[in-house]
Design a protein around this ligand. Sequence first.
Ligand SMILES: NC(=O)c1ccc[n+]([C@@H]2O[C@H](COP(=O)([O-])OP(=O)(O)OC[C@H]3O[C@@H](n4cnc5c(N)ncnc54)[C@H](OP(=O)(O)O)[C@@H]3O)[C@@H](O)[C@H]2O)c1
Length: 248
Amino acid sequence: MSKLAGKVAVVTGASKGIGAAIAKSLAAQGASVVVNYASSKAGADDVVAAITAAGGKAVAVAGDVSKAADAKGIVDAAVETYGRLDILVNNSGVYGFSPIEEITEEHFHKHFNVNVLGLLLVTQAAVKHLGEGGSIVNVSSVVSRITPPGSAVYTATKGAVDGITGVLAKELGPRKIRVNSVNPGMVATEGTHSAGFIGSDLETWAVSTTPLGRIGQPDDIAEVVTFLASDEARWLTGESLIASGGAR
Ligand SMILES: NC(=O)c1ccc[n+]([C@@H]2O[C@H](COP(=O)([O-])OP(=O)(O)OC[C@H]3O[C@@H](n4cnc5c(N)ncnc54)[C@H](OP(=O)(O)O)[C@@H]3O)[C@@H](O)[C@H]2O)c1
């Protein structure tokens, strides 16, 4: 039976990478999905086409999560198109490494605007519509546990995401809305390819410190997110699930 039949989900940053896999996984379990993108309309349209071809329901919605009006527009699109909202996956994120000597205000604000402010703004818009049984899943990172050198700003954003997850689990628990995070290790995505991580010493190091001996694929993360979004995880809130093949 479909785990998410009749549910409506918003996935931010679903035009590629982990977000695209999450949107497809939620839809495969019966959810109607808002596929948000910032700049990659073609990528989002491809995700919608794949979901529709498999018999699911999805719509692509543009919006920069770090702008309050856009964040509201992304959430409102779910309610206007499908009549309700049950699941929010805060996946949009940017990552760049920079040693302490090279951190700039621009580097700081770019990461915090998308990874932290954006998550807060979309969540703020979503909580107006989420009811009992609602589920918020934040895509954090294992970096908040392993604190790799050169990642002070990015790791700080994901430490903030873990903190927000715990706080909102308490704030929204009385309304029976669950809030959890999934903290991936390195995953092969468009983002990690274009950042030059794949095929680099960083990937070699990641594999060597991963008990299961490889980096992740987007589906490895998507299925954990889908579990947390579903009622199978009804007794989990405030958790940070490390999905990293054992790297920590
Ligand atoms: N890949 C990894 O190794 C890894 C490991 C741990 C955690 N994570 C986390 O997983 C998430 C996804 O990573 P990924 O590797 O799949 O990234 P990716 O391939 O670079 O894709 C990033 C997605 O975020 C969207 N996005 C960026 N800025 C946005 C904004 N301002 N508003 C709305 N959407 C925005 C992009 O949209 P457009 O393409 O339309 O611009 C794209 O859909 C991030 O939160 C990342 O920190 C990734």
